[in-house]
Ligand binder design. Structure first.
Ligand code: GLU
Length: 481
């Protein structure tokens, strides 16, 4: 039997990092096993409807390079892949359960349900649906039921949880056993004829021939209800794997309060998709020991659900930043130049030409984790320094240096303004004056960049060019003297 897995998000408006991890693990599993990866939109909770959310989700998956085989906008034998377009199907299956006695109609009003909850909570009982004391097919005569139906009284369809216990095997967690006493008579079809998550999810997983359900741990408590549904329909069950929770550094559940959780935020901050994929893939699994850097193909080749951890995975943003730096250093300069162009446009900095940007990238690619850090640490590559770091200035400048610098200025007027040549000339100059190289390098850095640190000074000067360097030195002398 060939593997078929699905990512089944509710379109909330953005792709949560946890959702991305679920999508990625499904994708890796499918590709590793030459199976199919399906995208199914679970949008039956109309109160949570967000305009444009589906397009947004599809674009996010596309951006990271997770392509699906079947789903909205793609061919596939099991569509439609958007649940709100499958309402008749769910109704049909809810009716089958009514007929077989696995489900029943319940006519309670929201107020009556509220009262029941209060009553149970006062009696310190579980607030599960009190099947035998409420208004439903199990407590009413068939005549009364028919009368209510004929009058058009709204009703929900509830699953009749059997007695005993539910057992299932989870690939990551092993055997799971839950007592039916702990399971509520779940509403399957609401009075507006929309299914709940449980009915729609199980019906679709069956009809779409899903072989493995791979999803977040937060869905584990739903699985016993799903098992009961599979048994009720006499359907073969898929295999289950519940992925570990994502945690903040303090081991609390990953939340917006402690940082960004939407993929979009990370895209906007300038993370590389390769870094995001690599990082998210290792949230709960590592193909082998200490190695941290994996390409998507390597992740596919080594993916093994059985090796996914049970315990929560800590979301360590510093590790992600480190990975981003790695991918930046190993990226093609063409891609980096395009990114730098975008950044410069956003902050309205101009540059002489594209060739100049290649040189800037070359200078700084080993020194940053993000392209936007280049104009942050080295704005002087795009503007003459507007100010000079105070401490650096005090340490490396005093008036007595002026004759020396004026003298040096003449030596810089060389035709071949390359870093090698500059270095040779300045070295010779220092020897002639009997001073140490750093006695010249620091003032040069100060005058030309205004900052105490940066890339190699002669390399920086070469990129800035002769005219610009001389102008800066003159500007400094004029402004300081
Ligand atoms: N619609 C659920 C979600 O939003 C799907 C859970 C599952 O994969 O069964 O994540």
């Amino acid at each position: 039997m060939s593997v078929r897995v699905r990512f089944a998000p509710s379109p909330t408006g953005y792709l949560h990092i946890g959702g991305l991890r679920t999508a990625l693990y499904n994708y890796l599993f499918a590709r590793h096993n030459n199976g199919k990866f399906i995208l199914r939109i679970e949008d039956t909770d109309r109160s949570r409807y967000v305009e444009g959310a589906i397009e947004n989700l599809i674009n996010s998956l596309k951006w990271v390079g997770i392509d699906f085989d079947e789903g909205p906008g793609k061919d596939g034998m099991f569509g439609p892949y958007i649940q709100s377009e499958r309402l008749d199907i769910y109704k049909h299956y809810a009716n089958i359960l009514l007929e077989s006695g696995w489900a029943y109609r319940a006519f309670d009003t929201p107020e009556e349900i509220e009262e029941m909850r209060k009553r149970l909570s006062e009696a310190k009982l579980d607030s599960k649906y009190d099947r035998m004391n409420m208004k439903n097919e199990l407590t009413m005569s068939q005549r009364d039921v028919n009368e209510l139906i004929n009058k058009g009284t709204p009703y929900v369809i509830r699953l009749k949880i059997p007695e005993g216990e539910i057992k299932f095997y989870d690939i990551i967690r092993g055997e799971v056993i839950v007592s039916c006493k702990e399971i509520d008579d779940q509403v399957l079809l609401k009075s507006d004829a929309y299914p709940t998550y449980h009915l729609a999810n199980v019906v679709d997983d069956h009809l779409m021939k899903i072989t493995h359900v791979i999803r977040g741990e937060e869905w584990l408590p739903s699985t016993p209800k799903h098992i009961i549904l599979y048994d009720a329909f006499k359907w073969e069950k898929p295999e289950f794997a519940h992925l570990p929770l994502l945690l903040n550094k303090d081991k609390s559940k990953l939340s917006k309060r402690q940082g960004d959780v939407a993929l979009e935020d990370y895209i906007q901050k300038g993370y590389f998709k390769e870094a995001i994929i690599n990082f998210v893939a290792l949230l709960g699994w590592n193909p082998s020991g200490d190695r941290e850097i994996y390409s998507l193909q390597e992740l596919i080749d080594s993916f093994d659900l059985r090796k996914v951890n049970k315990s929560g995975a800590v979301f360590d943003i510093q590790k992600l930043d480190w990975m981003n730096g790695y991918y930046l250093r190993h990226s093609d300069d063409r891609i980096l130049v395009e990114k730098l162009k975008d950044v410069l446009e956003r902050i309205s900095l101009s540059y002489p030409n594209e060739d100049y940007l290649y040189k800037v990238i070359h200078l700084f690619k080993d020194r940053v984790s993000f392209i936007h850090q280049i104009p942050e640490i080295a704005d002087y590559m795009f503007n003459k320094p507007a100010e000079y770091e105070k401490e650096y200035l005090e340490k490396h400048w005093d008036r007595s240096k002026l004759p020396l610098i004026l003298n040096l200025l003449e030596k810089l007027k060389i035709s071949d303004f390359t870093h090698d040549n500059l270095q040779n000339n300045v070295k010779a100059f220092c020897e002639e004056k009997n001073i140490k190289l750093k006695e010249i390098i620091h003032p040069l850095r100060l005058m030309i960049t205004g900052k105490s640190s940066g890339a190699g000074m002669f390399e920086t000067m070469e990129v800035l060019g002769k005219e610009e360097c001389i102008e800066r030195i003159v500007k400094f002398i004029n402004s300081i003297e």
